[in-house]
Write a protein that binds this ligand. Structure first.
Ligand code: AMP
Ligand code: GLY
Length: 440
């Protein structure tokens, strides 16, 4: 197949890489891609958000499939435009991408579909929002409605912090239009995990569970980031939970969207909070009464979850994506290998704050068994590979147990360096804290 992957991060490198593992050979293109994708695909110099440019390229080059990585082009209607031009695409249309693009819309859909999630209310008026705070207790979560590059969520421990967050968004206009409406949400206790469901408009198949590490520092301390590592499977998602997640969360959303005239195709990513005897930590029961609640939905593959999940997939990845795009996904399209994966993000000093770019990366040439290095923010400078982002590399290890996978990834990262390189030393600590080192 001829396939265009849209995006330029570790997720897109992992998607392109996994396509190269299929038995059938594909011609892979990335728009715009990065230094890593250039060794397995043809990079096309069009930015991921240039909808017109991508459609024009696709009309000329006629790929069999376009796989859209990031949320921005989905929300901007890239898939709608491609479909209009008769080109098959994996990813939801703009109306479906609102599950990620508008937290208020996602909440409405969940409430209409009876999906367990935190109790919430939306406000555009700061005084009314503040007046509602006491009914939520503490901590309380304040969220900007729209896309805010992962920064639009404040978990407030005190009423003053909650009020400041409300003022920041509604009065101070911190996130512009994205923060012109805020959600106040019940704080959910427990342990988070990510479930990526492949959806074809009517049916859904779950990919293996994973867990992301959102904070910059070891022990989950410091500011939130785009994700500093991930591993799969996540032991908190015990086997008995998967049917529940499918039937009580994913399928009701797919059906509710369909009822609203939206055929959702692509990845529906559920960020979940699990709070039961298996979760680490656990806390008071949510108002929904459910032990699994939705924290957020995303309309795409997670990053860095993708780098830990895709290496675990067997079978033909291209066929799975195409079948979903064509509305004829089958259970047998998703084949999961019986191993574990962990990925560690190597970031630039200063990330998630400001950081320098252009640092030469060394140690990339070496091939090490059971490891693969995905590029997140890299570029070429002559013959050198240099840093060009906050998250620079995603180093994945695999093994029969989670311990083996983590050890493989840390072994590989020890041979890589660039000035200011930083990475977390405790990937998968929640799994190890509970003594589980094998499959979930
Ligand atoms: P979101 O962008 O909605 O995923 O929120 C970012 C992070 O904030 C999540 O990954 C959680 O760690 C935290 N968070 C968001 N909503 C809640 C909630 N209702 N209860 C507890 N933590 C939350
Ligand atoms: N890893 C979190 C996300 O992709 O949104």
């Amino acid at each position: 197949m001829k396939i265009l992957v849209v995006g330029s991060g570790g997720r897109e490198h992992a998607i392109a890489w996994r396509l190269t593992r299929d038995e059938e050979r594909h011609d892979i293109y990335c728009a715009p891609g990065n230094a890593g994708t250039s060794s397995i695909a043809v990079n096309v110099d069009i930015s991921a958000t240039n909808v017109e440019g991508i459609v024009a390229w696709a009309e000329k080059e006629k790929p069999d499939l376009v796989v859209v990585g990031p949320e921005a082009p989905l929300v901007a209607g890239l898939v709608d435009a491609l479909e209009k031009a008769g080109i098959k695409a994996f990813g939801p249309v703009a109306a479906g991408a609102r599950m990620e693009g508008s937290k208020r819309f996602a909440k409405e859909v969940m409430q209409a579909a009876g999906v367990p999630t935190g109790m919430a209310a939306t406000f555009t008026d700061a005084e009314k929002a503040k007046a509602a705070l006491p009914s939520f207790g503490l901590p309380v979560v304040i969220k900007a409605d729209g896309l805010a590059a992962g920064k639009g969520v404040v978990v407030a421990e005190t009423a003053k912090d909650a009020e400041d967050a409300i003022d920041d968004m509604l009065v101070g206009n911190r996130f512009g239009a994205a923060g012109a409406e805020v959600l106040i949400e019940e704080f959910l206790h427990g342990e988070e995990c990510s479930i990526l469901a492949v959806v074809d408009g009517e049916k859904a198949v779950l990919l293996p569970s994973s867990q992301d590490h959102k904070r910059i520092g070891d022990g989950d301390t410091g500011p939130n980031t785009g994700g500093m590592g991930a591993y799969s499977p996540a032991p908190v998602v015990t086997d008995d939970k998967l049917p529940l997640i499918r039937e009580k969360i994913i399928m009701p959303v797919v059906r509710e969207l369909k009822r609203r005239g939206i055929t959702y195709r692509g990845i529906l990513y559920a960020g979940l909070m699990v709070n039961d005897e298996n979760s680490n930590p656990r806390g008071p029961v949510a108002k929904s009464g459910s032990s699994v609640n939705v924290v957020e939905f995303n309309a795409r593959f997670g990053d860095p979850e993708t780098e830990a999940v895709l290496p675990r997939l067997g079978g033909s990845f291209a066929t799975m994506l195409l079948h979903a795009a064509e509305g004829r996904l089958e259970e047998s399209d998703v084949v999961v290998k019986d191993d574990c994966c962990a990925t560690i993000i190597a970031s630039s000093a200063g990330y998630p704050g400001s950081y320098e770019k252009g640092k030469k990366i060394s140690g990339l040439e070496e091939e090490v068994e059971r490891t693969v290095v995905f590029h997140c923010g890299t570029a070429f400078s002559g013959a050198d590979t240099i840093t060009s982002g906050g998250r620079v590399l995603s180093i994945t290890g695999s093994g029969k147990t989670l311990r083996e996978a983590v050890d493989a990834a840390y072994g590989r990262i020890s041979g890589i360096s660039f000035e200011g390189m930083f990475f977390r030393k405790d990937i998968a600590h929640r799994a190890f804290d509970r003594g589980s080192v094998g499959r979930a």
